[in-house]
Design a binder for this molecule. Structure first.
Ligand code: DC
Length: 218
């Protein structure tokens, strides 16, 4: 049987991680795990249950009765498909805040490791190459300028019919970059052995092709 391996894709919001990870998963015929969606699921459930960031006991109790899964590309929270519902600016912020708590990270990282150890996966997030799978066979770190990342997120929102000002989207991205890089626990950073790709002037096909070429040669 072929050896199980992991491909880690990390980087800030809007750098193109999920687009690239989906294209790679299709090209390599392996599973894609969107770890950001898992933090979003926690943020979504906190908002729905009215649990605020200072209610740590309620948060812990909630985590104990939370089940997150992926099925056919959909994110499933306690049996309910939430793939679309978690893509709002409000949940982006809540997910980023909730992701700083040790109890949240502990639960989700354990789940991520279990998912990536049973079969080969592409996993994207902030700490995959540094913390979840430090021994991943392949590690990539995607970046792009703040204005380009904001433009991409704004276009995404617009395509979904959500009204947003580009300046607000850019401000959100700056806040989240800050949150995600300064938190003490597994902050966003490039693993020393990750290949960094600046996607500012590249489209999805170009980035995917670059990564596939690298994988074929290594
Ligand atoms: O990738 P995303 O925007 O869907 O992620 C939402 C938030 O979840 C992000 O602001 C930080 C957090 N996150 C994290 O802390 N660690 C990960 N591996 C993935 C996401």
């Amino acid at each position: 049987m072929a050896q199980v391996f992991q491909i880690a894709i990390d980087g800030p919001s809007g750098a193109g991680k999920s687009t690239i990870a989906k294209m790679l998963a299709a090209a390599l015929n392996i599973d894609y795990i969107d770890t950001g969606a898992m933090y979003r699921a926690v943020g979504y459930k906190m908002l729905r249950e009215g649990i605020s960031l200072d209610q740590r006991d309620a948060l812990k109790a909630m985590l104990d009765r939370t089940h997150i899964d992926f099925r056919q590309g959909e994110t499933i929270l306690d049996g309910e498909v939430i793939s679309q519902a978690i893509r709002t600016p409000e949940i982006s912020k809540m997910a980023s805040d909730a992701s700083a708590f040790p109890e949240v990270r502990e639960k989700l990282v354990a789940l991520q490791r279990a998912m990536g150890e049973e079969k080969s996966v592409i996993m994207d997030g902030r700490d995959i190459g540094t913390n979840v799978f430090p021994n991943a066979k392949y590690k990539f770190y995607l970046t792009a300028t703040v204005s380009e990342r904001a433009r991409r997120r704004w276009l995404e929102l617009k395509e979904k019919g959500q009204e947003a000002e580009l300046a607000d989207v850019e401000a959100d991205i700056i806040t989240r970059d800050h949150n995600d890089t300064v938190r003490p626990l597994n902050p966003l950073r490039k693993a020393e052995d990750a290949i960094e790709i600046d996607t500012t002037n590249m489209n999805g096909e170009q980035v995917t092709q670059f990564i596939l070429n690298y994988i074929n040669k290594n």
